[in-house]
Structures are given as C-alpha cells and as structure tokens.
Design a protein around this ligand. Structure first.
Ligand code: ZN
Ligand code: ZN
Length: 421
C-alpha cells in the first residue's frame, strides 16, 4: 500500500511537472530580475504568499520580518516542513544572461549596491512554490500536513532566528521533519545528499585594535595599530596550521583589514574582519578562544593602551543531517534519480536552515542540487578545473534553468512524499 502510493505520486509527478515548468520558469526569471536584500524581501514574499493562497494554503505573512508560512492540512499523517530562503546579495550581477538583474539598492549602511541572486535563492523559492502547487493539486494522493516556509535573511544569518523569535514554534504545529535544499556548483540533473555534517558552522567577527595616533615621522610617540594589525593577521594564520589537528578541517580568513587614511599619519586604530568555518563544535570553540587570546597578546606585545573590542557579525550553526531521515531521503532519491543521486562531501559554506530543527528539536535533512551545465561541468572535471566554475556568491554564478529547475522540484517532492506515504 505504502509503496504503491509513492509510485502513484511519482508517476503522475513527471508529466505534471513538465506542464508546470513554463509557469515556474517565468516565476524564476521574474524573481531573478527583482532580487531583494536580506530582511527586505517584501516583493518576493508577496509572490510566494499569493501563490500559496491561490492553491488553498492557510497563509501567514510577516513572520519574523518578511517570512511566509503556508499550511495545508490534508488528513492524518506527518507534518512535513519544506523551507526556502528568499534573499539576494549585494553583488552586481555579471553573468551576461538575458534575464540578468540590473537592480541597485541601498544596503543597511545606506551604501548603493548592485543586487543579484548569485546564491540561487530565487530557484529555492520557485522550487517550493512548484512543490506547494503539486501537493495541493494531488491531495487525493497523500495524507498529512504540508508546511511551506519562505524565510528571510539567510545571507546575514538572521532570518531563521527572527522567525523563531517571532513565535514560530508557538504559532505553528511542530513538524515531524524539516527539509531544505540549495543549488550549488555540480552537474545539473544531480542531487547530492549526506548523513551527518553537510555544511560548516560559520562565525564572523569584527576586531578593533587600539593604538595611539601620531605623526608618521615620530613613531616613538605612537602605538602603531598598522603594525599591530599586520602582526595579528599573520599570527591568526597559525591557529589552523599549528593548533588544529591535521585530520580536522577549518578555515580562518581575514577578509578585511582597515587602518589609516594617509601615508604620514599613524592612525588611532585598526579593524580586522574575520570569517571562520568549522565542522565540529570542539574545533569551533578552540578557534574562537584562540582568536581572542592572540588578539589580546599582540595588543599587549605592542603596548596597546587598551584591549581589543570584538563585535560578532554573524554566526551560523553546523548543518548536521539526521542519519535515519537522510537514509529515507537517500532511498527515495535513488528510486527517483538513479545514479544521478550521490553521496556528497561536506561543503565549507554555512546555512541558518538548521536553526528551525535545532529549536524545535526535530530531525532535518538538507541537500544540494547541481546547477552547472552538464557539458561545462564534465569538461572542467576532466581537466581537473572544477575550481574555475563560478561558485555561489560570484558575480558570474549562473545556474542553467534546465534541468536544474525540474531536478530541484522533483527532489523536494520526492523527499516530502517519503514521509507522506
Ligand atoms: Zn549565499
Ligand atoms: Zn544560499
């Protein structure tokens, strides 16, 4: 009985999806051309909410900012939450695509920036809209509750938490499983899953180092924050290379180092911006405390007038897929995609997706959908040049619509159906 129901959905699914694709392609291109920065996703949220309303969902908008929650109760059965993130990035698109974004907006600091969907969240939104419509129009073939969640602000690590802080757990039923997916560099048409850690934890911070300003010709009257910042930057690189075991993986990048205005002025202070990626909490805690230790020690070595100041910029937890739930997804993917579904390596990117599962204490599964033209991908692979393919956040990141659009939709439906039947 159970397996026959899965088959019915999957059998009907293919032709229904094919009919749905032109509509979804138009939605995708529209969202792609109208990207919105984190926590400002009003237009995108309205498109998603209107669509859910049209297909009979019970829709709540404005959850944690622009978040949208759509519920469809369809008899007794598991509650399955599907999540898509909606925000774009402050990057000027340089893909040359006919539907490329030309949008310009103001970031939270008031600076004018180009805006584009170079992380592919426009695909995520479109996939979830398509899945919502498909389940709505095949209500005779599944039982349970579908919860479609469109979240704001993933790129700044705030959106999922802001939905939780806005009473998500009290206002909506607790899901039995939470599912999410991300388009990545990979052969379009494939899906990559993994049990356990699939994405790194990410921690970013700003460190301000204090010196004493002076004339550039009189260094003896200064405490030079430029030298302090340079020494600190170099020493920080010894954390991963000297303090972390070789079998562990970690990244510490100093992505910004700012000090001074003019060649003959020793400035008052310097600012470092750090980005850290780790794959387990022990390594993360060690690196975070080592950063403070080294910054303090370098300031002391320079005779700084005061200790450095730390400001957290963002913090993403590990994405750790539940083993049992991942096995279920993998089995469903194998039946749907054959050898186009594969076990992937963890990526050093980070996501706030797990915040829902962590707070609700329910299992979650997150997987990757390949977005690279198969010919381009296989050629680059043959030449060992996969690193030359523009990745997420590159101004040239450009997933091919076909078959990526279809594959992501199939993946989301297939995984959800594994619980519903
Ligand atoms: Zn991103
Ligand atoms: Zn992303």
């Amino acid at each position: 009985m159970e397996t026959s129901q899965i088959k019915t959905i999957n059998h009907n699914m293919d032709s229904f999806i094919d009919q749905l694709l032109p509509e979804l392609e138009a939605i995708y291109k529209d969202i792609h051309q109208h990207p919105e920065l984190s926590m400002q996703e009003t237009r995108t949220a309205k498109i998603a909410a209107d669509y859910l309303n049209k297909y009979g969902f019970d829709v709540t908008t404005g959850v944690g900012g622009t978040g949208v929650v759509g519920l469809m109760q369809n008899g007794a059965g598991p509650i399955v939450m599907l999540r898509a993130d909606m925000d774009a990035l402050p990057v000027k698109e340089d893909t040359g695509l006919p539907y490329a974004s030309t949008k310009v907006a103001r970031d939270p600091e008031g600076v004018e920036v180009g805006v584009s969907h170079v992380c592919g969240h426009d695909l995520h939104v479109t996939w979830l809209m398509g899945a919502a419509r498909l389940f709505s129009e095949h209500r005779d073939q599944w039982e349970g509750t579908l919860m479609a969640v469109f979240q704001p602000g993933e790129e700044i690590g705030r959106g999922a938490q802001s939905m939780i802080d806005d009473g998500m757990m009290e206002r909506f039923p607790r899901p039995d499983i939470i599912l999410g997916q991300h388009v990545m560099v990979g052969e379009s048409g494939t899906v990559g899953y993994r049990s356990g850690t699939i994405l790194a934890a990410g921690n970013s911070m700003k460190v301000k180092l204090f010196g004493r300003g002076a004339h550039g010709s009189q260094p003896q009257t200064s405490v030079d924050p430029v030298v302090m910042a340079a020494a600190t930057t170099m020493r920080l690189q010894t954390i991963v290379s000297r303090e972390i075991a070789p079998i562990e993986n970690a990244v510490l990048t100093v992505g910004a180092l700012q000090a001074g205005t003019k060649e003959n002025i020793i400035p008052e202070d310097a600012t470092l911006k750090l980005n850290i990626r780790t794959f387990n909490d022990g390594v993360k805690d060690h690196i975070l405390s080592a950063v403070k230790r080294i910054c303090c020690a370098e300031c002391a070595a320079s005779n700084a007038p005061r200790d450095p100041e730390y400001t957290e910029l963002d913090s993403y937890p590990l994405t750790e897929n539940d083993a049992k739930a991942t096995a279920k997804v993998a089995q469903a993917f194998a039946a749907e995609f054959g050898n186009k579904a594969y076990e992937t390596q963890p990526a050093s990117a980070s996501e706030d997706f797990s915040i829902f599962g962590r707070n609700w204490k329910v299992p979650y599964v997150f997987w990757f959908v390949g977005g690279t033209d198969p010919a381009v991908f296989l050629e680059a692979k043959k030449k060992s040049q996969l690193n030359t393919i523009p990745s997420n956040h590159s101004p040239k990141f450009a997933p091919v619509i076909h078959p990526t659009l279809k594959t992501g939709l199939q993946a989301m439906i297939t995984a959800a159906a594994a619980w519903f039947n």
